[in-house]
Design a binder for this molecule. Structure first.
Ligand code: MRU
Length: 348
């Protein structure tokens, strides 16, 4: 695979291991780790060495395929029982991004018609690689559609990192910015730092800078003032799970930006692949919201910044109601009228 952007790939299949860009260390170190076991993969997802909905799905798919390579079962039943156990183990890593479950289930169903256990092992690897290749194409298409919504010199705000390293390549919400450089359409991006884990400052600011995008970093609390004083034209974000009516779970802080977009009368866009839609749930109220450790808030780089024993609430995601979303940009085009019927049509 060649790199068109000046941004490294987040994950690569290596037959007996998985090479992962350690996103925990960015932006000060660009380091790779080798995941040798299913436990390594689970830990990498939980500890955010890999994060971002599509990248989590791809890594988990490789993890399940890797685990299956060492199965030494005689019967298909034993093989499938262990595969299901390993699937459930990986699925327990993070609850919100539906791409994780989507990718794992795609793998387990891919072996339905295989004729031998050896063929099952090969099929699992091929399916995981296919998921990664498809995601790269899908992200490019999302970027293409999203770029059509912007004009030269637009100023666009984003939060978290829905970028190339959160996907197979290109990203979702950041894809139009990468393509804008390739196509010489100057855009200006304002990246919210994204407390508490700082995906905006550590990852988006770094990734867009690598790519030559004009990016300015702000803290989350500066969003309203920045929209007003810098004349921000639009907000674009990624998604971790989109319900059948378009309600969208994404990084904590996204809902607040959607309310700001409404207050300032600027468009609020969600960019996501079909693998991020969960049509089994009617609306956002059923999306499980991950709560992460209090230390993410009480400490910065090991340095305590809050009193001992303080009560902490640390939801990693929030849900933006569909009425605050101007358009949802997918690989199949832009949804902008009646999300419920447009989403139903996409999956019919
Ligand atoms: O906790 P994270 O870093 O996994 O959260 C990531 C996000 O919220 C992204 O916006 C989303 O997964 C889309 S990535 C293309």
């Amino acid at each position: 695979m060649t790199n068109l952007l000046s941004v490294p790939r987040s994950v690569e299949w290596k037959e007996t291991s998985i090479t992962l860009l350690n996103q925990q260390l960015l932006p000060t170190a660009v380091e790779y780790i080798e995941l040798q076991s299913i436990e390594d993969v689970w830990d990498a997802i939980v500890s955010l060495k890999v994060r971002g909905a599509p990248a989590i799905g791809i890594t988990a798919a490789f993890g399940l395929a890797l685990a299956a390579q060492s199965y030494e079962f005689e019967t298909r039943e034993e093989f499938e029982t262990q595969l299901q156990k390993d699937r459930d183990y990986l699925a327990s890593s993070r609850p919100t991004a539906v791409n994780l479950f989507w990718a794992l289930d795609r793998l387990t169903t891919s072996i339905a018609n295989v004729k031998s256990l050896n063929e099952a092992k090969t099929t699992l690897v091929h399916e995981a690689i296919r998921i990664q290749i498809e995601d790269e194409e899908v992200c490019y298409q999302i970027g293409d559609h999203a770029l059509s919504l912007f004009s030269k010199h637009d100023r666009v705000m984003t939060i978290c990192n829905a970028g190339s390293i959160a996907t197979a390549y290109y990203g979702t919400a950041l894809a139009p910015f990468h393509l804008s450089v390739e196509r010489d359409i100057p855009l200006e991006v304002f990246a919210c730092e994204t407390r508490p884990v700082l995906q905006g400052s550590r990852l988006t600011a770094w990734e867009l800078q690598q790519s030559g995008v004009n990016v300015t970093l702000i803290t989350d609390s500066m969003a309203a003032h920045t929209i007003k004083t810098k004349g921000v034209n639009a907000i674009i974000v990624g998604a971790d799970r989109i319900a059948a009516n378009g309600d969208t779970a994404n990084k904590i802080g996204t809902y607040g930006l959607a309310l700001l977009a409404q207050a300032f009368d600027i468009p609020f866009y969600v960019a996501a692949p079909l693998s991020t839609f969960d049509t089994s749930i009617e609306d956002g109220s059923s999306i499980p919201i991950e709560e992460r450790s209090p230390e993410e808030i009480t400490h910065i780089h090991g340095q305590q910044i809050a009193p001992d024993g303080i009560h902490v609430y640390n939801p990693a995601f929030d849900v933006t109601p569909n009425e605050l979303i101007t358009a949802i940009i997918t690989e199949k085009g832009i949804l902008k009228d009646d999300f419920t019927s447009e989403i139903a049509a996409l999956f019919s």
